[in-house]
Design a protein around this ligand. Structure first.
Ligand code: S3P
Length: 434
């Protein structure tokens, strides 16, 4: 039941069963719109995620002169002109809650005269932007602001290539540099010792562009001309993650998430399942696309604690909240290390996960770069808070299903940022029982 901004949630005795296709991948959706605008010709997108974050990118691209038409749910046509029709909006571009939009669009718009102002909501206005302003100013963009509002200008419309050593394993930073590098003079080299999600690399090649990886170096030639293409967006593994964990936790469940993205840089949660002794079935769909996809099936089962650290982190960075919930229910201790990036997500996710799960009775404590969790501990209903973070809200909805008594979730509707139909899809999986 929904009451104002508070959601009242009750545990369920039902299991989760059946098949579900989750909405389109958020990262790929953002990129398909941006590459569509940077290419020449008409790009057709199917399965675009129509959520708050992606609609922020869509609106920003439209406001700057690229035509985008909606044909049906998730079906869009982008009339790309390689940004030749670029117009500077008179008002600041509002990117809402979307860090991906703010960072990647700064790279996409890096060669425009400007000035162009990017703003966002309270949460986005606190997130670090120095990580993109540093490399982009080295390339020649005049970018003011270590946080939003960001003001972008490039009076001479020139960008130089750079060699840049990544300071954090961040796909957003890497992608911002890549989007500028495509439009620069010369070859840009990005050195990233710990690989992050590689959707930008894959999509650049889909749009007839060029990028090469040599060991830890990513080489991006400048002055590239991109050609329009069609993009079929797979389901978002990060959205599927909530159902996979719910299926493991709710007795007698067995569910399949269909046509979900299985890019290896995103499926670290499956590696965590392996480490925890949790089983799943994978069925790959061979359709020739660069972004692998397939069906994942899980059943209710018990697992054991594990250590999550190092290069695994970027592969499951968005799944830590739901993985922490899982860890409260498996046998023994789970330690999550090297996850300091969680402190600068939509909220401080270490604090948000730990304080909410503690309120629900879990044995969990924060560390500087992660958390320690001891399971299994029964959860009880409590008043909990999403802190305006979509992934915290969805994790707490799943937690409420296995808790004893009522859970009251404050600021629940931020789920629309990445998964507008989350509660409807929960009902579908529950009703497969009937
Ligand atoms: C994203 C990269 C990740 C992730 C975010 C989406 C992307 O952020 O947390 O939800 O689309 O590139 P970082 O690159 O900052 O780690």
């Amino acid at each position: 039941m929904i009451h104002g901004k508070m959601l009242f949630l009750n545990p369920t005795k039902e299991s989760l069963t059946g098949k579900l296709a989750v909405p389109g991948d958020k990262s790929i959706s953002h990129r398909s719109l941006m590459f569509g605008a940077l290419a020449e010709g008409q790009t057709e997108i199917r399965g675009l995620l129509e959520s708050g974050d992606v609609l922020a990118t869509l609106s920003a691209i439209k406001q700057t002169g690229t035509m985008i038409k909606r044909r049906a749910v998730g079906h869009y046509l982008v009339e790309g002109t390689a940004l030749k029709n670029f117009s500077i909006p008179t008002k600041p571009i509002d990117l809402g809650n979307s860090g991906t939009s703010a960072r990647l669009l700064s790279g996409l718009f890096a060669k425009q005269v400007g000035p162009l102002t990017l703003i966002g909501d309270q949460s986005l206005s606190k997130r670090p932007m120095k990580r993109i302003s540093k490399p982009l100013t080295q390339m020649g963009l005049d970018l003011q602001g270590d946080t939003l509002p960001l003001v972008l200008a490039n009076p001479h419309q020139q960008l130089q290539s750079i060699t840049y050593q990544m300071e954090v394993a961040s796909a957003q930073v890497k992608s911002a540099i890549m989007l500028a590098a495509i439009q620069a003079e010369g070859i840009t080299t990005i050195i990233d010792p710990i690989p992050s999600r590689d959707h930008t690399e894959k999509m650049l090649q889909d749009f007839s562009g060029e990028v090469t990886r040599v060991g830890q170096e990513l080489l991006v030639p400048g002055n590239q001309s991109l050609k329009a293409t069609t993009v079929d967006v797979p389901g978002d593994f990060s959205s599927a993650a909530f159902w996979l964990v719910a299926g493991i936790l709710l007795p007698n469940s067995e569910l399949t998430i269909e046509k979900v993205g299985l890019n290896a840089t995103r499926t670290g949660l499956l590696t965590a399942f392996d480490q925890m002794g949790l089983h799943y079935d994978l069925e790959l769909i061979e359709d020739g696309s660069q972004e692998p996809r397939g069906n994942v099936t899980v059943k209710a089962q018990k697992g054991t604690g594990t250590v999550i650290e190092g290069a695994l982190l970027p592969r499951l960075i968005d799944e830590i909240p739901i993985l922490a919930l899982l860890a409260t229910q498996v046998n023994g201790e789970t330690v999550i290390k090297d996850a300091q990036e969680l402190r600068v997500k939509e909220t401080d996710r270490i604090q948000a996960v730990v304080s909410n799960l503690q309120a629900m009775g879990a044995t969990i404590e924060a560390t500087d770069d992660g958390m320690r969790i001891l399971g299994p501990t029964p959860l009880k209903g409590a008043v909990v808070d999403s802190y305006g973070d979509h992934r915290i809200a969805m994790m707490l909805v799943i937690a409420s299903l296995i808790a004893e008594g009522e859970t009251r979730l404050l600021d629940a509707f931020v789920m629309k940022i990445s998964y507008p139909n989350f509660l409807e899809d929960l009902k579908i999986l529950l009703h497969h029982n009937q």
